[in-house]
Each structure stands twice: as structure tokens, then as C-alpha cells.
Design a protein around this ligand. Sequence first.
Ligand SMILES: Cc1ncc(COP(=O)(O)O)c(C=O)c1O
Length: 389
Amino acid sequence: MTFSKRTASLKQEGAYEVLAQAQKLEADGRSIIHLEIGQPDFETFDNISLAGIQAISTGKTRYTPPTGMPSLRRAIAQDAGRRREMNISPKQVVVSPGAKPNLFFPTLALIEAGDEVIYPNPGFPTYEAMIHVAGGIPVPIPLKEENNFSFDLAAFDNLINNHTKMIIINSPSNPTGGVMPKADLEHIAAAAQKYDAWVLSDEIYGRIVYDNIEVTSIASLPNMAERTIIMDGFSKTYAMTGWRLGYGIMPEPLAHKVGLLLTHSIGCTAHFSQYAGVEALTGGQAQVEAVVSEYKKRRDIIVAGLNDLPAINCQTPQGAFYVFPNIKATGLSSAALANRMLADGGVALLPGSAFGAFGEGYLRLSYVNSIENIEQAIERMRHVLENKD
Ligand SMILES: Cc1ncc(COP(=O)(O)O)c(C=O)c1O
């Protein structure tokens, strides 16, 4: 079968691939500890689920405007604006089924064939996929451990040029958990203005941060709102991955265009999910804080455990729920070690190379699992590493 050029380079996401292998092993009776998928292990908070159930039972099961219910757009504009100290109009808000369409559609709306797009590597695999589909040229920027996995600014200065149409940033980051310092964002913002480039800022982990650090949104820097698309959503903060609810915040004319792309593709986001979203934003936030403090405990345990393993060195990330340990001293490729961890140790995790070439030499572990399972995973990993030759 022949397919269009624009879809030729699409690949499966590594996390789904490893999940499928792990589930096959489980079906054969093996015990597997899942540290591969990036979704909270908590249930959606009760008040939110109840709002969704009530919405279904009172007939909120219809089409809505493509860019979302006015009440949800208002709630998002208010919440997102307050958190970032920005003035956001509901007309700038585009609601989508999950956050991903707000990566894909703004890219489709802005990128012409041959436009260059700078994006983080290692990074979320959707970035490269959507740049290809839009006909753009993917320009990976290395995230280096020695910079706490922020941009290598010298490399960035060499890569940006008059053909750069968009810069994608993701802070806190998947897969590294790294948070970009404000000074780096200021540097990128100045370059975006100089070269008249858009910034697509994936802020989906913006509320999952530790150690009281401040996370800056690049959109809140001077003169940046008019060239920034904020992508955010409910999946991670409110444990709502399956409700499919996310949003983008962007200049109004772009929001209108993205609305047209939504109209002609998905139509609109599920009506009742949007009601659940209003409750998520306007209800109490204590559970978000409780979950983040639980993640912090797990982070500290997994980082200490990994650093106690032979030939593994793990930084302490300040955000998201991932660790990205350096495994270069094992002498194995990240794919080979990840395969062994699954086959010999029953620990499902991802090779750093699943997030791009600059992820080679690392593994990604999601600590969205119980402390007991995390501790057991570390012991299983120790066993594999001690018996690897
Ligand atoms: C960095 C990043 N951006 C976007 C998304 C997509 O989120 P959603 O499930 O709401 O589409 C994810 C999900 O894993 C992610 O890790």
C-alpha cells in the first residue's frame, strides 16, 4: 500500500509499544511493574467524576461549539490567566479532546512546506510527527544533562535563522522532568522576536513541580503573548487522561483558524467532559496539591534508589513525574538495557532513544506507581544490572 508523503515518517509512540510488550508478558503470567506510561495512577478526583456523571444524566451529551462551551472557555481564561499573571480573553481559548490537537492544529495552521521548527530532543514524540505532517523541517535542539536538560543556548543560537517559523518548548519536560530557568526563556523570547518566530509552549506539566520552584510561562514575558501558543490540559493535573480534555491559548485570529480545523476534523470535545472540566477548575484544588506532594515522595525514593544502582546516575528533576537516569556507564544502548529490564527484570520502562537521538544513553521511568512497586522495581533493576554480562 502506498501512503502520502506527509504520513510516511509517522511511527508508534515508544510508550505504547513497550506497554503492548509488557501486557503480552503479563498475559503469559509474568509479573510486570509498569513505569513506562505517563499517566497518573490516581483516579479522577471524585468531584470531577461526579460533575461528568451528572452532565451525562442531565443530557449534556450534545454537540458544543467547536472551540468549546463558553462557560469552560471563560473558566480556562480566568484560571490560566491568574496562574500566569496574564490577561487572557475566552476568545483566545480553544478547547480540544486532550491537549494533543492543540499541538497539531496550530502547527498545521502556521507551518508552510520548508519552514523550520526547532523542538526539544529528547522530547515528546508528537512534536516531530506533527512537524513532518505539516510539511515543516524538524530541527532538533539537544537537551543536555549538564544544563539540567534545558536548551543548549549556544546550539540554539546556531540553529535559529530566518527560516525558523516556530520554536517548541516543554517545561517541565517529558521525558526529563527538567524545568527551564526564566533566563533561558528570556533568551529564547528575544530570539523569537528577532527572527519573527512563533513559540509553542507545552505547559501540560506546569502544575506538577517540586521544591517550591517558580515555573515561568514564556507567554507572560513582554511582547510574547502575541507570538505564543500555550498548550495545556487536564490529563495530568487532574488525572483525566481518558476524558480527553485539553486546551490551547493563542492570539484570537489563530484561535479562529484552529477552531475551523477542529470543526472539520473532530467537530467538538465531548460535552460532558467539558462540564467535568469546569468543575476541575472551579472546585477545590487541595487534591492536586496532595497528589503533587505524593509524587515528590516518590521522586525522592526513585532518584535515591537509582543512584544506588551500579553504573546509573540520576539527576533530581524539578517537575513532571519522570526521571531520566544516565546509563552510559553500563556500556549498553538504552534500547538494549530497556529490553533487558523488561525481559529479565519485569520492569517496563522506556529507552531515552524513544524520545530522539539525544536521548540515547538514558532511560525514562514514570514514577506514577506506588512506593512499594517503585522500591521493588529498583531491586529488580539491581538484579538485572548485577547479572548483565
Ligand atoms: C509533553 C506532553 N504534551 C502533551 C501531552 C498530551 O496530553 P493529552 O493526553 O491531554 O493529549 C502529553 C501526554 O503524555 C505530554 O507528555
